[in-house]
Design a protein. Structure first.
Ligand code: NAP
Ligand code: ZN
Ligand code: ZN
Length: 349
């Protein structure tokens, strides 16, 4: 019979405090639960925003991590989708209401009751949720996806957030042959967005602060790579793109990027800055442009994205770290010093 387990984890004890080694309790598996031995956990910029209490409403102690891959170790009696030994992943959500219109449409991320996030949230049982910087996690089978054999667990981990967060809007805004897509920021999300937009058949341009990572961008599938520090970029690319995916974690000069959109083009802001942003709507109205945002993707679409990545040879480019390097990795991520995702090897916990 399953019992509660105590597992090693890395947690931030308080806002802005360094993460430290600790333990957390994982619940005994329920009817439809899967207990996963975590193999890898990616470090998303959202972890940084939340550990530093940048978005508001954070809960401490906090065990971040929502880019999780691992192996199923135990399943509840009612589980049908996964078996012991399966290679699986968990992203940003671990529960939702299941009955609202959005949940029924496979858009659990927009659940009317707000989904239960993988960490920094409170579960339907009233217990705080703890994320992937830990040895194990127990999750309802609906929120556990299959990692195809063609994807190694380390390079697959970042797909569970960075992958789906870029795949979902690329699909929704119909990136494909004949469509021009710009990806702003070549970081964790950006390097996935470039690969996915290219694999979907779109013409892709990277808009980065400098040309420092140009070779990488072209290798990842970009057709063009421009520096946003060069004003000529905005003149030369005026009215070029159908879709601009902005992955920058801080506010940028939105009007300048709206100018890059063709008539009916959309700028979709995936980066979630800590402060509100301001725009002049005139820069949109002139060409019926739109400004939007998008949150991760639903569970079925996450599975579709993983299968797409396996079929197209797409995966994250990672730097694997030991658990005790996590604070150093945060500083480097903040400084833009990562190509292109840090992934914690859970064996080092
Ligand atoms: P990241 O790895 O730090 O990448 C962000 C990139 O943006 C950097 O590599 C850099 O690229 C560029 N950048 C950074 N600061 C900039 C500045 N001040 N001005 C212009 N460009 C700058 O972060 P990430 O993990 O990809 O996450 C990016 C953002 O997406 C975060 O805000 C995160 O919370 C958010 N996010 C949202 C969702 C969602 O569902 N919407 C999901 C995951 C993450 P260059 O060096 O190429 O310029
Ligand atoms: Zn994330
Ligand atoms: Zn719902």
């Amino acid at each position: 019979m399953s019992t509660t387990t105590t597992v090693t984890a890395y947690a931030a004890p308080a806002p802005k405090a360094p993460l430290e080694r600790t333990t957390v309790e994982r619940r005994a598996v329920r009817e439809r639960d899967v207990r996963i031995a975590i193999a890898y956990a990616g470090i998303c910029h959202s972890d940084l925003h939340q550990v530093r209490a940048g978005w508001g409403g954070e809960i401490f102690p906090m065990v971040p991590g929502h880019e999780i891959t691992g192996i199923v170790r135990e399943v509840g009696p009612g589980v049908t989708r996964h078996r012991v030994g399966d290679r699986v992943g968990v992203g940003c959500m671990v529960d939702s209401c299941r009955v609202c219109d959005d949940c029924r449409a496979g858009l659990e991320q927009y659940c009317a009751e707000v989904p239960v996030w993988t960490y920094n949230a409170v579960g339907k049982d009233g217990q705080p949720t703890y994320g992937g910087y830990s040895q194990e996690v127990v999750v309802d089978e609906h929120f556990v996806v299959r990692v195809p054999d063609a994807l190694a667990l380390d390079v697959a981990a970042p797909l569970l957030c960075a992958g789906i967060t870029t795949y979902s809007p690329l699909r929704h805004w119909k990136a494909g042959p004949g469509r021009r897509v710009a990806v702003v920021g070549l970081g964790g999300l950006g390097h996935m967005g470039v690969q996915l937009a290219h694999a979907l058949g779109a013409e892709v341009t990277v808009l980065s602060q400098s040309l420092r990572k140009r070779e990488d961008g072209l290798r990842l599938g970009a057709d063009d790579y421009r520096a946003t520090s060069d004003p000529a970029t905005f003149e030369e690319l005026a009215r070029t793109f159908d879709l601009v995916l902005n992955t920058v974690s801080a506010p940028i000069d939105f009007a300048a990027y709206f100018g890059l959109l063709r008539t009916d083009g959309a700028m979709v802001n995936l980066g979630l800055p800590e402060e509100p942003v301001q725009v002049h709507l005139q820069s949109l109205s002139g060409r019926r442009r739109s400004m939007s945002s998008s949150g991760i993707g639903g569970i079925a679409e996450t599975q579709e994205m993983l299968d797409f990545c396996a079929a197209h040879g797409v995966a994250a480019e990672i730097e694997t770290i030991r658990a005790e390097q996590v604070n150093e990795a945060y500083d480097r991520l903040l400084a833009g010093d990562v190509r292109y995702r840090f992934v914690i090897d859970a064996a080092t916990l």
